[in-house]
Design a protein around this ligand. Structure first.
Ligand code: UDP
Length: 242
C-alpha cells in the first residue's frame, strides 16, 4: 500500500554520536551501552515511527585527530578511517536492535556490499515504509565533513519530519555550562540566531540548508533516562531550532 493511503507515520532522522556507544568518558564499543540504546530504538520503532539513524564514529576515531601528528597519515585518509569507524558502530547497533526485536537495514554511503547495502535514497524510503529501522553508516562518503552534515543531508532527502541530535549536553546554552555557571539553556532558537551567534551545533552550511528547507532540529541529552524515547515520539525537550 502506498504511504499516502496509510495513516502518515512520523519519520525522524536521529544522529547519534560515537559517544553513545560507550560509557561516559570511555572509548570503543561497550555492548551494554549499545543494547540500552537499541532497546529504546526498538520500542519506539514498534509504535509506527520510522527511524533513520546516522551514527558517528568519534568513540573509535575522528579524522581531525591526526591533523597535528607528523602527517604519516594524510588528513583525507584519516577521514576515511573515521567513516569506517561509523560502519563498525553500525554493525554493532544492527545486531543489538535486531536482538531487541526490530528489523533493520545497515546502509553505507560508499560500497561495501559484502558488509551492508549501499545507500540508495529510494531503497532507504522503501525500508522505512516497511517499518525497518535504517542505520546509515559512512557519513556522506566524502572526507572533511562530519556525520552531522550527513544527518542534515539525509533528513532533507528522506523527507524527515525532524532531525534529532542526541548529545551529552541538555541542549544549546548561551555559553559553556561547564566553564560558566551562569550559562542558560535555550529551549528554542531560530536558525538565524544559531548562525549569527556561531553556535557550534553543526556546520553552518547544514544549518543554512535546514533553514532553507524548514527542517526542524532538536538537540537533547541522550544520557537522561527516557529522553531518547521522548524525543523520537515528538516530545519537545532540550533545544528546538526552527
Ligand atoms: N567523516 C567524514 N565524512 C563524513 C562523515 C564522517 O570524513 O561524511 C569522518 C570524520 O573524520 C569524522 C569521523 O568520520 O571525524 C567520525 O564522525 P564524527 O566525528 O561525526 O563522529 P561523532 O563525533 O558524531 O562521534
Amino acid at each position: 500500500m502506498p504511504e499516502s493511503a496509510q495513516t502518515k507515520s512520523r519519520r525522524v532522522v536521529l544522529k547519534i554520536s560515537g559517544e553513545c556507544f560507550c560509557p561516559a568518558d570511555g572509548r570503543g564499543i561497550a555492548m551494554d551501552s549499545v543494547m540500552h540504546l537499541a532497546a529504546q530504538l526498538a520500542s519506539v520503532a514498534q509504535k509506527n515511527i520510522q527511524i533513520a539513524v546516522v551514527m558517528g564514529g568519534g568513540n573509535i576515531l575522528r579524522g581531525g585527530q591526526f591533523k597535528a601528528a607528523n602527517a604519516a597519515i594524510q588528513e583525507s585518509t584519516a577521514h576515511y578511517m573515521g567513516m569506517l569507524a561509523t560502519v563498525i558502530n553500525g554493525l554493532a547497533l544492527q545486531d543489538a536492535v535486531e536482538l531487541s526485536g526490530q528489523p533493520t537495514r545497515l546502509m553505507t554511503a560508499f560500497p561495501m556490499e559484502t558488509v551492508a547495502e549501499p545507500y540508495i535514497r529510494r531503497r532507504a524510503v522503501h525500508h522505512l515504509e516497511n517499518n525497518r529501522t535504517i542505520l546509515l553508516a559512512g557519513g556522506t562518503g566524502s572526507p572533511f565533513v562530519t556525520t552531522d552534515t550527513a544527518a542534515a543531508q539525509r533528513a532533507l532527502e528522506l523527507g524527515a519530519d525532524i532531525l534529532l541530535k542526541a548529545t551529552k549536553v541538555d541542549g544549546v546554552y548561551s555559553d559553556d555550562p561547564v566553564k560558566n555557571p551562569h550559562a542558560v539553556l535555550y529551549p528554542e532558537l531560530t536558525y538565524e540566531a544559531v548562525m549569527r551567534q556561531n553556535l557550534r551545533i553543526m556546520d553552518q552550511e547544514s544549518i543554512a540548508k535546514c533553514s532553507e528547507h524548514k527542517m526542524p532540529i532538536m538537540i537533547f541529552n541522550f544520557r537522561t533516562e527516557g529522553n531518547l524515547e521522548r524525543a523520537l515520539q515528538g516530545e519537545k525537550i532540550g533545544t528546538l531550532i526552527s
